[in-house]
Design a protein around this ligand. Structure first.
Ligand code: GDP
Length: 222
């Protein structure tokens, strides 16, 4: 076991051996805040389940649902003793009662702001509707916490190459002020495009121990 932040970084994760670990409906129910974690978030129907399924090559892992708003829990998937993928609840779906939406929002904010082992956020947006208000809210929370964000412009196969690339450039330029923390790519779970790029980002986040080197919390015992 190598959960200790002072240990050598773990080996590159094997996404295809991902297995369901646990669900939490509140921040307080999350597993111990140790090791390395990367979270996936996106508005309902953004293609989050499809992306996780295609990354892990496991159709059952994050249940793809045609009913927006069904993924209401924070789901944790184990990659190794010290590495996890996290599926954050879908949000921004109109049919969910306001009170429920507010509570999800609160739990998401707690998770993003307080989770020490969270190394980065993958934010998924339909390439045809990028940077909706909820996406901006997630981005702002992450940036306030100086957390890296990798944006997947999903369902890229729905657009021709020209318009898809134009959207990519437009989103990049809108976020240029945060280029140190934010990266953007096109992705299609259907056509399996953008996988290598995503895996390179995840590998770096899930194996890079450098944030602990400057005396951040957890490094003291190293
Ligand atoms: P989630 O609510 O974010 O988990 O979204 P899902 O993964 O369930 O996807 C929502 C819908 O978009 C489903 O009908 C998927 O089949 C479809 N979808 C997801 N990814 C892609 C993609 O890369 N290309 C296309 N054309 N459709 C996709």
């Amino acid at each position: 076991m190598s959960d200790h932040p002072g240990d050598a970084p773990p080996a590159p994760p094997r996404y295809r051996s991902a297995e369901f670990l646990t669900s939490a409906s509140k921040f307080s129910q999350c597993p111990p805040d140790e090791g390395w974690e990367v979270a996936f978030a996106g508005r309902s129907n953004a293609g989050k389940s499809s992306a996780i399924n295609s990354l892990t090559n496991n159709k059952k892992l994050a249940k793809t649902s045609r009913t927006p708003g069904r993924t209401q829990l924070i789901n944790f998937f184990r990659l190794s003793d010290s590495q996890r993928l996290v599926d954050l609840p879908g949000y921004g779906f109109a049919k969910v009662p306001q009170a429920v939406k507010r509570e999800w929002t609160r739990q998401l904010e707690n998770y993003l702001r307080q989770r020490q082992c969270l190394r980065g956020l993958v934010l998924l947006m339909d390439v045809r509707h990028p940077l909706q208000p909820f996406d901006t809210q997630m981005l702002n929370w992450a940036l306030e916490a100086s957390m890296p964000v990798h944006i997947l412009l999903t369902k890229a196969d729905k657009l021709k190459k020209g318009p898809a690339n134009a959207t990519l450039l437009q989103v990049r330029s809108q976020l240029q002020a945060h280029a140190e923390l934010v990266s953007v790519q096109l992705f299609s779970a259907l056509k399996h495009t953008g996988h290598e790029q995503l895996i390179a980002v995840l590998d770096a986040w899930l194996t890079d121990a450098s944030v602990y080197e400057d005396g951040e919390e957890g490094a003291a015992e190293a």
